[in-house]
Every structure is written in C-alpha cells, then in structure tokens.
Design a binder for this molecule. Structure first.
Ligand code: MN
Ligand code: MN
Length: 258
C-alpha cells in the first residue's frame, strides 16, 4: 500500500497583499495534535498510522527549492501532502509530480482562479500558479470550485487553457465531474467563506461552507495522489478557528490519499 509523506513549506514571499502563510504549517499540526479532536476522519479512518510520515517543515529561501524538496520526497516512492505556504508553492510541487504522473487531473478549490499570466510583474505570484501549470501541460484536466472573483483576463485564461470553472454563484456538487486520471487536490483556505475561515489574507465573502468542502472531498472516488492546503494566514485568524478547520481538512484529504 502506498505511503504518504507530509511536508511543510514555509514560504509566503509571493503573496501580493499580506504575509503570514509561512507561519501556517506548525500551527495546523498543533491544532491537529491539540487533543481537541481525535485523529479519525468522518468515515472512521485514522491518520495515526505508520503509512503517514511527517517530514517536518522547510523554511524556503529560494522559490525553486520547493520543486527539489518535493522531488526528493517523491523519490522515496511516497505520495506527498503539503502544508503551505501561499498558493505559489503549488506550481513547483506540481512540476515535481509531472515525471511520475504525466497524466494528472487537478481539483482546485479557491475563491480565486489564480490564472493571471503575471501579477504585478511576477509570473510566479500566488495569483498565477494555475496559468504556469496549464501552459506547461502539467495537468490534463483542471477543475476549479468555489471561484467568485473572475475578471475578463482570467475568463480569457480559463478559456485558453480549457479550465472547467465552477463558480460559487452556480455551485452544485452534482455538477462536479468525475476524474479519470490520478488526482491532485489543491485547497486554498480562502475558498471557505470568511465566516468559517477568517485566517486568510484575502477575505472574499460569499464562499463555501465547511460542510460543502468536506462533502466535495468525500465525494471523490478516484485515486488521490497528492494534495496541498495553502493560504492559511495565522496573523488574520480568530480563536484559532481557521487552524482547526485546516486540521480537519487535512484529516479528510489524507484518508482519501491512503
Ligand atoms: Mn489561491
Ligand atoms: Mn484564494
């Protein structure tokens, strides 16, 4: 059976608005292990297993080191679960996955499409990772859920790269397609409504409930080969509620990968 490595990527240099997500990985683990919750997912599977190994946190100085760190962990024959970090970390992570998974589908849950060709002159901004992934052909199918910030440029980009965008205003779990290839899940915490997850840099009202995202994850019935949880900003959190939500999502996604 396939094993999983957890890696914390402490990096937020490509955040356009506020720093903070580099502080997230240890705080999500702290919530997970606080004794407040048990380590079982809702479907009764525990993440307390020798099949999950925590590689600890990596403080990143050079953005492109993220690819090397991920590639080294992949070489051990394990799936990778990443605690970010801002959303820029997803491009080098997916780049590292490409050799092993040349046909990869991606489920991207976010308030934002993150499809800018560049943002404020930076092609690797946290507003751009899915443009980089698609122009490099690193995903066969990209399905975006929770989106509520499209502008004309990003609509053009979504059309150019044939992205299946499920905007929040039309969201219906029944319309989310089935995946045929190995699946990577990228969960930006700002997909949740700020009422559920205040600890994010970009508060975007009108978002998903915790229940909607959990149901979406639980509905997946293909093989999940990798995942990340990004954009938790502890500087903006209230009563640690966002770190506890991130920890719960970590459990639900990890058991899908087991
Ligand atoms: Mn994002
Ligand atoms: Mn976002």
């Amino acid at each position: 059976m396939q094993k999983i490595s957890i890696q914390g990527i402490q990096y937020d240099e490509k955040s356009s608005y506020q720093q903070g997500p580099s502080l997230a990985p240890p705080l999500i683990r702290e919530a997970l292990n606080s004794g407040s919750m048990n380590l079982f997912s809702e479907n009764g599977i525990t993440i307390e297993t020798s099949r999950i190994e925590d590689k600890g946190d990596f403080k990143i100085e050079n953005y492109f080191d993220i690819e090397d760190i991920t590639a080294n962990h992949l070489k051990e024959g394990r799936k990778i679960f990443t605690l970010g970090g801002d959303h820029s970390v997803t491009f080098p992570i997916i780049k590292a996955h490409h050799e092993k998974y040349p046909k990869l589908d991606i489920l991207h849950i976010d308030a934002h499409a993150d499809l800018y060709d560049n943002y404020e002159g930076d092609k690797y901004s946290h507003a751009c990772p899915f443009a980089r992934i698609m122009e490099n052909g690193f995903a066969v199918k990209l399905v975006q859920v929770g989106i509520r910030t499209l502008n004309p440029h990003q609509v053009d980009q979504a059309t150019k790269y044939n992205v299946d965008v499920h905007e929040m205003k039309n969201y219906d779990l029944n319309n989310i397609p089935k995946f045929e290839n190995p699946l990577y899940i990228s969960l930006d915490i700002d997909a949740f409504d700020p009422a559920f997850a205040p600890g994010v840099s970009h508060h975007e009202p009108g978002g998903m409930t915790s229940r909607q995202v959990i149901d979406l994850i639980q509905s997946i019935d293909c093989e999940v080969v990798g995942a990340d949880i990004v954009e938790y900003n502890p500087n903006r959190d209230f009563q640690k509620m966002t770190s506890f939500l991130a920890a719960k999502m970590m459990k639900e996604i990890l058991v899908k990968m087991l």
